[in-house]
Design a protein around this ligand. Structure first.
Ligand code: SAH
Length: 594
């Protein structure tokens, strides 16, 4: 959860939005040290420190803000807020921090922003977040926010409590879905075919959970295509839409949007119908719809609009380049005659989610919070076994792990994409940054159809981790060169080393040396030595940021390549790099003397 309050990812309850004018985070303190802490948090996360009497300030902040951090005692905070409490879905999230800044307690609205906010405040103040909502405490997905970022809604929230209790107490709970959805992992007792008192069902079928034993999530899976003649009323359109949904046994709670031809963009009844139900409505060009195969084309409609089908084609069409949706209810006509409406329903294709995550050089505190959030968003984690081991404790219970040994990178990347294409939430992990000599490129090359949502999370690379260990060697123009000739022929590598030598670039060598490749580093250094002095600094870091980190700093003239291996980055300075008080420094040198 790295995002600042303005740009929280969609699966986090938003406690701010760029359009808001009122402060979204209110901070209240009564003491000097409380105020100092409040200012720190306000500076880091954005927000307003309220002045005046503590109780009055707290009341105002609660009324005006999306979230509140109170530096008063929990008891005082509760006493002031108790009379103001309303619905947990709309009340502001409240976090309390103690005077000694030891704990940030998610007090109210845990699943509505407080748990997350407690963690962010704790990050800023260097204290411990305290989260008491049961499902987060055991690291499982919270059922009330389950699938929220995919647009899921609960058919009947009353079942949340008994089903939540069954999940948390480890009872078997059957899980079923009309089709795969990229949801995060649920604990292992929640699985397909489990035999227990309750079920969790993800379905757009109107009768799902009719026996009262299933917690039914409504995915936004249906697009209702609508055709309308001039002047048709909103009511008639909605009757037709409902008739089409009923014909397919489908729930209106699962409608993602209405869709029509752009000719109808100003049709008042259609716009009003969508607004009445709170559905978006999208319009596509007739030429686009004309290309969509449909079961009931009409020459009359074609003559009028330029597409032989509006309702069926608009239902199926999901935008340029995207696969067409499957039609599940063919065109239904309104009952009343002219002016009339038509409606047809299509089900959107499964769109999986692929997160490509850089885990950084190794140390846990160099792993981005956003990477942690993405790991916990996944149902399947794919990666080299040593990297998966590095983060296994962060995964939600029930996460499937596909760890493989060295050497099968391309296959692993393709496998991850295939799982995402099948509709799952997949995390593909790699060390450093996953886009640097790693898995992101083979994965994204293979993901060549627009059927998967891809998120890439940056990681600290070995080159920057090493440079920070050594000092500031990358202070001017630099490049990275991998000496592995497994994927690249040596002459190509040599050409780049020569170019770097001629250009006087600082060079970070990746994959510098292995048992089978023992001469390349010396050859590369010899090329550089032809263009820069023997006194040029050379630094190496082995296992940067890991427990057994080692390093060395010497010069091009005295460096012995035999001291490094595959766990090492070697950084060679440019002609102006120097060693200053034992640190490797490349001057920024804007006044470069050629
Ligand atoms: N994606 C990674 C690079 C993978 S290539 C990144 O962005 O850093 C593997 C090479 O990276 C290793 O041969 C070594 O040269 C380097 N490397 C990876 N982790 C390292 C670490 N913690 N310390 C030093 N070098 C490392």
């Amino acid at each position: 959860m790295t995002d600042n309050l303005l740009t929280g990812p969609t699966d986090q309850p938003k406690i701010n939005s760029a359009a808001d004018t009122s402060p979204t985070l209110g901070l209240i303190a009564a003491t000097t040290s409380g105020r100092a802490a409040a200012i720190l948090v306000a500076e880091a996360l954005g927000g307003r420190v309220y002045e005046g009497s503590a109780a009055g300030a707290l009341r105002s902040a609660f009324a005006e803000c999306g979230a509140v951090v109170s530096f008063l005692a929990a008891g005082a905070t509760i006493r002031v807020l108790a009379p103001l409490l309303g619905d947990k879905g709309s009340d502001p999230a409240v976090v309390c921090v103690d005077e000694a800044r030891r704990f940030a307690v998610a007090l109210l609205g845990g699943h509505h922003g407080a748990n997350d906010l407690a963690c962010r405040v704790a990050d800023v103040l260097g204290c411990q977040p305290v989260v008491t909502t049961a499902s987060d405490a055991v690291g499982a997905s919270a059922l009330d926010g389950f699938g929220a970022d995919l647009g899921f809604t609960l058919a009947d929230p009353r079942l949340l409590a008994p089903v939540g209790a069954a999940v948390l107490s480890g009872q078997p709970v059957a899980l079923s879905a009309d089709r795969p959805w990229p949801v995060p992992a649920l604990p292992p007792n929640v699985r397909e075919g489990a035999d227990g008192a309750y079920r969790i069902v993800i379905s757009d079928a109107a009768d799902a959970g009719a026996d009262g034993r299933a917690l039914v999530y409504r995915p936004r899976s249906l697009v209702v295509g609508v055709g309308a003649s001039r002047g048709v009323s909103a009511q008639e359109i909605l009757e037709t839409v409902d008739a089409a949904l009923a014909a397919g046994g489908l729930s209106a709670q699962s409608v993602a949007r209405l869709a029509s031809v752009d000719l109808k963009a100003d049709e008042a009844g259609l716009v009003e119908a969508a607004a009445l139900r709170g559905w978006p409505v999208v319009f596509s060009a007739a030429a686009e719809l004309a290309a969509v195969p449909v079961p009931n084309p009409s020459p009359v409609v074609a003559a009028e609009t330029g597409t032989a089908s509006v309702a069926e084609a608009a239902a199926r069409y999901d935008g340029a380049g995207r696969p067409l949706s499957d039609l599940v209810v063919e065109k239904v006509k309104s009952a009343r005659g002219y002016p009339m409406a038509t409606a047809a329903v299509a089900r959107l294709r499964a769109r999986g989610r692929l997160a490509v995550i850089g885990l950084g050089p190794g140390a846990r505190d160099l792993l981005a919070p956003r990477a942690v959030a993405e790991l916990r968003r996944a149902a399947v984690v794919v990666g080299l076994d040593q990297y998966v081991e590095q983060i296994r404790d962060l995964l939600r219970p029930g996460t499937e792990v596909l760890a493989t040994g060295l050497g099968a990178e391309e296959e692993r990347a393709r496998g991850a994409v295939q799982l995402a294409r099948a509709g799952r939430a997949v995390a593909l992990v790699g060390s450093g940054d996953a886009g640097v000599y790693a898995m992101a490129s083979p994965a994204l090359e293979y993901a060549d159809a627009d059927d998967v949502d891809v998120v890439c999370v940056a990681g600290i690379t070995a080159a920057t981790a090493a440079s920070n260990v050594l000092g500031a060697p990358l202070g001017h123009d630099h490049c990275s060169i991998s000496l592995s000739d497994l994927h690249t022929p040596w002459p190509a590598i040599e050409r780049r080393v020569r170019a770097a030598a001629e250009g006087d670039f600082v060079v970070s060598f990746y994959n510098p040396r292995s048992r089978q490749r023992d001469w390349q580093l010396a050859a590369a250094l010899a090329i550089l030595a032809g263009h820069r002095p023997a006194s040029t600094p050379v630094g190496w870091v082995r296992n940067a940021s890991r427990a057994d980190e080692t390093r060395g700093l010497t010069t091009l003239g005295s460096f012995d390549p035999a001291v490094v291996d595959m766990y090492t980055v070697v950084t060679v300075g440019c002609s102006r790099s120097r060693i200053v008080a034992g640190r490797f420094v490349t001057p920024r040198g804007y006044t470069w003397a050629a």
